[in-house]
Design a protein around this ligand. Structure first.
Ligand code: B4P
Length: 188
């Protein structure tokens, strides 16, 4: 199974991908986690990315493409993968098409998690209190939501136009949401 999980910040992409990876036995590729690992390791890339992420903006497409290409080249990806946090704009969606064509691993499904904005803000505030992530402050959250509406929402239309998109209600117990995602996946 090769799956893209789409959704605004706080919609549960990371939360659900962590569960689905266990149940489906496939790799979980979170571009947010890859970037945070670079920041934590203090690499040059991490230094460049940190300020952009903290402000709630998108890190450059070029950096993301290089990171993703390297990750897709790792052996665990052969079993399938969940992409969480990529693509975040239409240029990234086109780049992903190119990368996957090169390794002959086209997508099987794209799932969009729908959650109302007030709930997103509430969830992220909860995480801020628990984990203190640098980009979970109110100002960055506002910016991340704006970036989502301007740049990522068109990616939903991109996949809808191809007929590969399933929309799933992301509100409810974690098991319930996971069940809806699983039900929306093509059967192999
Ligand atoms: P991400 O790490 O992708 O962060 P996110 O969009 O906030 O979603 P996340 O997966 O963490 O949260 P989730 O919804 O699971 O990106 C961070 C930054 O990295 C971006 O702003 C950008 O700067 C950069 N970046 C990443 N990818 C990029 C790309 N492709 N291009 C450019 N830049 C990129 O969960 C949120 C909270 O909700 C949690 O506390 C969770 O417990 C809670 N929750 C989840 N499901 C719930 C439910 N059903 N009910 C109640 N609470 C729930």
């Amino acid at each position: 199974m090769r799956l893209v999980l789409l959704g605004p910040p706080g919609s549960g992409k990371g939360t659900q991908a962590t569960r689905l990876k266990e149940d489906l036995g496939i790799a979980h590729i979170s571009t947010g986690d890859l970037l945070r690992a670079e920041v934590a390791a203090g690499t040059e890339l991490g230094k460049q990315a940190k300020a952009v992420m903290d402000a709630g903006n998108l890190v450059s497409d070029e950096i993301l493409l290089g990171m993703l290409e390297a990750r897709l080249g790792q052996p665990d990806v052969a079993k399938g993968f969940i992409l969480d946090g990529y693509p975040r704009n239409v240029a990234q969606a086109n780049a992903l098409d190119g990368l996957l064509a090169k390794i002959s691993q086209p997508l099987d499904a794209v799932v969009q998690l729908d959650v109302a904005t007030e709930l997103l803000v509430e969830r992220i505030a909860g995480r801020a209190a628990e984990q203190g992530r640098a980009d979970d402050n109110p100002e960055s959250v506002r910016q991340r939501l704006q970036v989502y509406n301007e740049q990522t929402a068109p990616v939903v239309d991109f996949y809808a136009g191809r007929g590969t998109l399933a929309r799933v209600d992301g509100v409810g117990e974690l098991d319930e949401v996971e069940g809806r995602i699983t039900a929306a996946l093509p059967k192999h």
